[in-house]
Design a protein around this ligand. Sequence first.
Ligand code: NAD
Length: 303
Amino acid sequence: MSAKLIKGTEIREQILTEIADEVATIKRGHGAVPGLVTILVGENPASISYVTLKIKTAHRLGFNEIQDTQPIDIPEEELLALIDKYNNDDTINGILVQLPLPDHIDEKKVLNALDPDKDVDGFHPINVGRLMIGGDEVKFPPCTPAGIQEMIVRSGIETKGAEVVVVGRSNIVGKPIANMMFQKGPGANATVTVVHTGTKNLDAHCKRADILIVAAGVPDLVKPEWIKPGSCVIDVGVNRVGEKPSKKDPNKMVAVLKGDVDFDAAKEIAGYITPVPGGVGPMTITMLMKNTLKSLKFKLGIQ
Ligand code: NAD
């Protein structure tokens, strides 16, 4: 059997089209567009390429996009003052502080300084609490887990009563997706198990999964014999395992990426599987845009 591919690139296009339509409607009706500011401290190349992609996507959707780049030695209090400025700027609906921050800045202090109603990444403790409560309380589900849930729902996979096993317990993927999948409501209502480095018999847990979500950051951690035949496998892992010449420019080297699941073997057993790259990856920025639009809608009272 060969699994059906869940392509993040295709689902991204569907969602971005929906967002662009909604932005145009709101602009016509209310004269407002979503405002997103990205604060980048320093010139970390990985952060720059991620931020560049965010800017491109925001422009394509007709957002008011502000790129605020600060020097690597910006004092912490200046960065906090900048956040305060955007917290009080009515044209800004989403504030994103690109991580990692330099060592002299307390990351936690900075993230906690964001207005929770503009925290479109969903990492502020208030938004983490809202996610845990679930239902109408949730304002901004964190982007990668929200993308995973969209992929599952849009692929028509039944979650109610399903055995979901999440590999990994990070604050940005494992914990929030586990929490989202057991909530009462559409695209959830599952029975969730979280496994991690302290778990015994990882394979036995994975084998029970109707939906297996893997976010460990270990290439090929999940072996084909750990996969329940016909199940849905969501591979969140992005591991750089080498370099190869770019297809566009053979003189340039690009990273070879691998997921946490042995894809070639797993696709013969699973019913659905996400590829790496092109699976979960494209969903994160997409859901960031969705959260920024949501923030504007909350402000305008048009939820
Ligand atoms: P993390 O390192 O913060 O957490 C990894 C988790 O996996 C930990 O909780 C750990 O307990 C668990 N783990 C690690 N090795 C394990 C093992 N051998 N057995 C069982 N559990 C194990 O990582 P993260 O931030 O959650 O990211 C996980 C992976 O997902 C990374 O490859 C990352 O690059 C990728 N990621 C992708 C996206 C995206 O595609 N948009 C977003 C976030 C993270």
